[in-house]
Design a binder for this molecule. Sequence first.
Ligand code: 9MR
Length: 619
Amino acid sequence: MKKSWTAGAAFLALLGAAGGGAQADPAVSPVQMSQVGFETQGPKTATVPDTSPRPLPWRITDTAGKVVAQGQSKVFGPDAASGHSVHIVDFQSLQTDGQNYRLTVGNHESRPFSILQRPHAALKYDALAYFYQNRAGVPILASHVSRPDLTRAAGHPHEVAACFSGADTAGVIWPGCDYTLDVTGGWYDAGDHGKYVVNGGVSVWMLLNAYERAAALKSPGAAAFADGKVNIPEAGNGVNDLLDEARYEIEFLLKMQVPDGVKLTLPVGTQTPGQPLNLVEVDAGGMVHHKVHDAQWTAIPMAPADDPQPRLLYPPSTAATLNLAAVGAQCARIWREIDPAFARQCLTASQRAFRAALRNRDVRAGEHFAGGGAYGDQDFSDEFYWATAELLATTGNPAYLTALKTSPYFLGGPLSGKSATGDPAWARTAALGSLTLATVPGALSPGDLVTVRANIVAAARSYVQEGYGQGYGLPFAGTDYDWGSNGALMNRAVILASAFDYTGDWNYRNAVIWVLDYLLGRNPLDRSYVTGYGDRPVLNPHHRFWAHQADPAYPLAPAGALSGGPNNRAMSDDVAKNLSGRCAPQTCWADDINAYALNEVAINWNAPLVWVAAFIDDR
Ligand code: 9MR
């Protein structure tokens, strides 16, 4: 971020964000707060850009215009992440449910807002509906969507794919393989129609962990997704609907596994641009294809059923193989009693994958295929830890514990342990292993359980502190907003929420609210990044079917999809390039379907949104 950034540029960024949409945006509010409302007893904060060095008087009026709360703002001053000089108003003391409250700070007046018992009650269902609506292989039916224009024909209903062969964009010749796989099903990754095992694995894990967390706590939330609660075709089959949705992807992941006895020529070790790949023939049986996607990128708009491109399997990788090892193990313990045959299938696949990864420890994804994202990862020590933790939690086999103890991540938290895990991310999965060990009853000895939970709580404690240093209250102190920053914040909220679960300390839950408030409107763009939520929701995410902005014959997005969010690190699309250098970190974003680096939607961002929304309403 350039230091020379000015308030004028902020204004331009706001205009950029508001302009060009298929639907008119309401005016930017001078008072930024959650546009969805506040919990009766929860934290209530608003941020007001104002350069006054002295506190401003504030008051809240109710529907009748009566003043129900008042005080003085806290002068925060210049805030690097937003580029604004701001004041913060804390009105947690107002604990009377109501609608049409207004907050006036100095001469700035907010939109009407509400205080409710459970303002986030619907979010978990809308966030989960994202997954049904991005299913491949089946038609999206009127009975399961909120508007007729969201229905569509099945995309890729007979997806029998051959392996990529021939030259990639860097001129590397790939030999292909002598089999095809029927990989019909699963979820499309994002705005594109690719299906990537690496990202699919972490997304499934997140949904399954939401289930395991609530089950272990025996909290009211354990019933939130009980059979029939979610409007999906499987409702009524006697199985929890969150599990039904996750299984739709697991079945696809299982299909991506290489048959036994197959030898493939794969790139082993470091890949240096400009240098030839180290292509080695290996025993690839049990490995997992990294991804399946179109031979070439398709245009926007594009309903999945209209995709004219051939679908191809791309070479197996160690990362994809360990994703299946991890999620297969998680599946095996969850379905053990629900569907023993499926559980056995999952465990067999998991163990086959794990053995294959041990044989092929450093097979990296090729970075030069057209038509899809790379999800290239260079370090698999975190995936090994994650998969081993899942297998231990499922089988209790002491051999896995012995192996786990040799990992630098053993019992690590995001910021501490022998090696810090970082927050969960598609390329950083060690935190998932630690969360599983901290969640699944009996996975660890009591002493080790205390340690892993303490390491997770230590990160949460530090994140809360970060929040106190932010003008918009975000428990993230950095000024690097990566591709999918909103998804990253959701993953951080999972850490904060888990710390609340382990300790009962409400400060951690409050910090989860800070994250939700930011996503739902308390941000310098006055934007709700969740479609269908708030007064100024994102309208034009980068998505090939929810492509109303590109062509009015296509639908607007349904409610509950999370925009990737501000990105000042990899401003690669044309809209982002235009903003580059003249936006503060939290304002490097635009509501434009072409802004794939800023405004795409994706399974790995919506999955932690489901987790967090379920957590926050779990009372
Ligand atoms: O989320 C991914 C992000 O971390 C990467 O920086 C980016 C560029 O490689 O790719 C993102 O993932 C995209 C994937 O490659 C293809 N489908 C859409 C995903 C979200 O933008």
